[in-house]
Design a protein around this ligand. Structure first.
Ligand SMILES: *Cc1c(COP(=O)(O)O)cnc(C)c1O
Length: 397
């Protein structure tokens, strides 16, 4: 037995942090790391943002939990604001991304059930997808390494290759209820869905009365430079799952839907104990206060431009280490030519935190509040790590 009492499900870095300040994480020894992982796109406003700290502590002194047996004013307010700023008419609050996806999938199935078509329950998903770790969402994501050993795969998910229109059209059958997609694949390696493909999805959904479900758990709440990534394509979904950034570090997710899509979600058919609790609502509302401020998203796009341009020059300078820059806003990926785990470790040696992803990519997901100065600092650290990796490569050959 190892010295830890915890499940061995995470291959953790040997690093523990004591506190966070904006874009920085600090160890107990006072070592400072520049945090371009941001809890995997969760700490949207960085660490210890004064407005989030105030919102949480104020609410903590008043009321933590009452359950959804009663009205929760913070839920009404956050729900109304999400509706006002999106395609949606209705919102269901959850504690996590996977739960938001579960609600989205259930909402799509209930839509067809309510219309008298209970046989329509299948959802089409795309290779490289990630939708969470519950039994249904591992089936939706379709990644064998997450499915193996957990019994029969939950039925109702059909997967097609990313961007393959013919395979998609072929997969639509009499039992199909929905199409589920991330507008930019996150875990899959920062792979954006082209606008033309999004438009095709919308057209197919309209033609076959399918629910278009977007997984914006990672891409939402300003991450890609718009409040929601679907806005770049002009294509609205019927249902959308969000989480990560909306809570700024507090566990919070939501399923958003149009009135029509939510028609089957009637009293008693779905529920949650903790979802939408007053603490989460206080923080979610405070996150929106900041992200919806005039100029905030413009600043994200301005910073993204600086980041993308300077990363592109690092790629040019180290063609044996990096292949290309990907992504939108502050959801950026660097495709690597050496193992991305080695790059992640080399960057950790430079005290820059990033997140590996599929397709041999490292993700750069700084807080949306990151400064130009901190971006330049991060790029300098990437430059330094690439120099070390190049030397190591030369020595090995
Ligand atoms: C993180 C993530 C999820 C799962 O969220 P959890 O909060 O871990 O359940 C689902 N979809 C996408 C795109 C994600 O990035």
């Amino acid at each position: 037995m190892s010295g830890s009492a915890l499940f061995e499900t995470f291959a953790r870095a040997p690093l523990a942090f004591d506190r966070g300040e904006g874009s920085w994480l600090v160890t107990e020894d006072g070592e400072r790391y520049l945090d371009f992982a941001a809890g995997i796109a969760v700490n949207s406003l960085g660490h210890s943002h004064p407005k989030l700290v105030a919102a949480l502590t104020e609410q903590a002194a008043k009321l933590w939990h009452v359950s959804n047996l009663y009205e929760i004013p913070g839920q009404e307010r956050l729900g109304a604001r999400l509706v006002e700023n999106s395609f949606a008419d209705r919102v269901f609050f959850t504690n996590s991304g996977a739960e938001a996806l579960e609600c989205a999938i259930k909402t799509a199935r209930r839509y067809h059930y309510a219309k008298g078509n209970p046989q329509r329950f299948r959802t089409i998903t795309f290779e490289g997808a990630f939708h969470g770790r519950t039994l249904a969402t591992i089936a939706a994501g379709g990644q064998q390494k997450y499915i193996d050993g957990f019994g029969p795969k939950v039925d109702g998910f059909d997967q097609v290759p990313f961007g393959d229109v013919a395979a998609l059209e072929n997969a639509i059958g009499p039992e199909t209820a929905a199409i589920l997609i991330e507008p930019i694949q996150g875990e899959g390696g920062i792979r954006p869905v082209p606008a033309a493909f999004m438009q095709k999805l919308r057209a197919l959904c309209d033609q076959h009365d399918l629910m278009l479900i977007l997984d914006e758990v990672q891409t939402g709440i300003g991450r890609s430079g718009k409040l929601f990534t679907y806005e770049w394509s002009g294509v609205s979904p019927d249902i959308m799952a969000i989480a990560k950034g909306i809570g700024g570090g507090f566990p919070l997710g939501a399923c958003l839907a149009t009135e029509r899509a939510a028609m089957g979600m009637t009293a008693g058919v779905h529920g949650t104990t903790f979802g939408g609790n007053p603490l989460a609502m206080a923080v979610g509302n405070a996150v929106l206060d900041v992200v919806l401020e005039d100029g905030f998203l413009q600043a994200v796009n301005d910073k993204a431009l600086i980041a993308k341009q300077s990363l592109a020059s690092v790629v040019d300078e180290f063609p044996e280490i990096f292949e290309e820059v990907r992504g939108s806003g502050l959801l950026l990926g660097l495709k690597c030519k050496v193992p991305n785990t080695a790059v992640t470790a080399a960057l950790r040696d430079e005290k820059l935190l990033v997140v590996p992803a599929g397709d041999n990519v490292i993700r750069l997901l700084p807080p949306l509040t990151v400064s130009d100065e901190e971006i330049r600092d991060a790029v300098a650290r990437i430059h330094a790590a690439a120099t070390v990796l190049t030397e190591a490569k030369k020595a090995a050959s």
